[in-house]
Design a protein around this ligand. Structure first.
Ligand code: FUB
Length: 337
């Protein structure tokens, strides 16, 4: 275990020691934060960007992550702990490289780490690893989840105990080529006026190790009930889905990729349809941003990343900000200071 003092603003009046809009840790590069509250503490499951340069392309070859570290914090006035390596690609039998954005869940005394990586055929698949501790180390299942493809898993467990996985990403995540559920190397996705590809969703089995159904695209609609089209790059799904429940409604939030926003859509059921609600965050420094939303001690928080620590797109840092809702349930845009 490696205790790591976060960048802090201790003594700065009302500002918590772990200051909002500042890197949570500076000892490693981190991205794609999935935050959860386990045992009264915040655990953050990020990607671990490497301190090496890989030439960038639209397929995401600059993101060559090899392992995951878990971060935890008792509260925003305590130091952030970097618990060291929780899972390494060499310990995952089916995975060759590129351990991208993970998520975690807790069920029946076990902690689950869900993660995408490229298999030996060059396809992104989604795997599961388990541990009896939230910080790991995690032990990977021998094979990836049957029927999984693409990137950015996020697992949501509803109040009735049913778990859902949301995932997918265009370009590097190759969702255009998996739009039918089968891989089509020539797939280019819909035309600009056609409905955009939605995030993919599947109910999970009670042991969280498999899908209980054939994965399906969720629908994201505009204010008139029409599907958001692929050319609507300010609003269409690109990657990084996240699900949370607020006042009985289901909030699907995601990155818009090419327009670099975090946005959300709201539905009456976990599998949608979802109606576009607005923007959560403006573009940040760096090409990607990716987020999670979590309730902690009665307040809501957004965790996200940018490239401000390094100035390099593939060497990112995880940050947080408090999130506020309006009375009608809409989310107020976060404005980093
Ligand atoms: O970290 C690699 C990829 O960049 C993630 O999977 C995407 O969501 C983007 O943040």
């Amino acid at each position: 275990m490696t205790p790591c003092k976060s960048r802090s603003s201790e003594g700065a009046g009302e500002t918590p020691a772990i200051a909002p809009y500042q890197p949570l840790v500076t000892n490693i590069f981190t991205a794609d934060p999935s935050a959860h509250v386990f045992n009264g503490k915040i655990y953050v499951y990020p990607s671990h960007d490497r301190d090496e340069y890989f030439p960038p392309d639209d397929d995401g070859e600059q993101y060559q992550m090899k392992d995951y570290h878990v971060l935890s914090l008792k509260d925003f006035d305590s130091e952030v702990i970097d618990h060291g390596v929780a899972l390494s690609v060499e310990d995952v039998p089916w995975a060759e490289k590129q351990m991208w954005a993970p998520d975690a869940a807790y069920k029946n005394g076990k902690y689950y780490l869900f993660f995408p990586a490229k298999d030996y055929e060059g396809h992104f698949r989604i795997g599961v690893a388990t541990s009896d501790k939230p910080e790991g180390p995690f032990t990977a299942e021998k094979d990836f989840i049957e029927g999984s493809f693409s990137i950015d898993p996020a697992v949501f467990i509803d109040d009735d105990g049913q778990a859902y996985m949301y995932w997918g990403g265009l370009w590097g995540g190759r969702l255009e080529k998996w739009a039918t559920g089968e891989y089509n190397a020539d797939g280019v996705g819909p035309g600009a006026d056609e409905p955009a590809i939605g995030a993919i969703c599947a109910k999970m089995t009670p042991d969280l190790l498999a899908f209980e159904m054939k994965p399906a695209q969720v629908q994201i609609l505009d204010e008139n009930g029409e599907p958001i089209v692929a050319g609507d790059e300010d609003r269409r799904f690109f990657e990084g889905p996240w699900m949370h429940k607020y006042m009985g409604k289901y909030y699907l939030s995601y990155s818009t990729g090419t327009t670099h926003r975090l946005v959300y859509a709201v539905g009456e059921s976990p599998m949608g349809p979802f109606v576009f609600g607005g923007q959560i965050l403006d573009p940040v420094q760096g090409w990607t941003t990716h987020h999670s939303i979590v309730e902690f001690n009665g307040k809501w928080y957004l965790f996200y990343h940018d490239a401000s620590l390094s100035g390099i797109d593939a060497q990112r840092c995880v940050k947080y900000a408090e999130l506020f809702y309006n009375e009608d349930g809409s989310i107020r845009k976060v404005k980093p200071e």
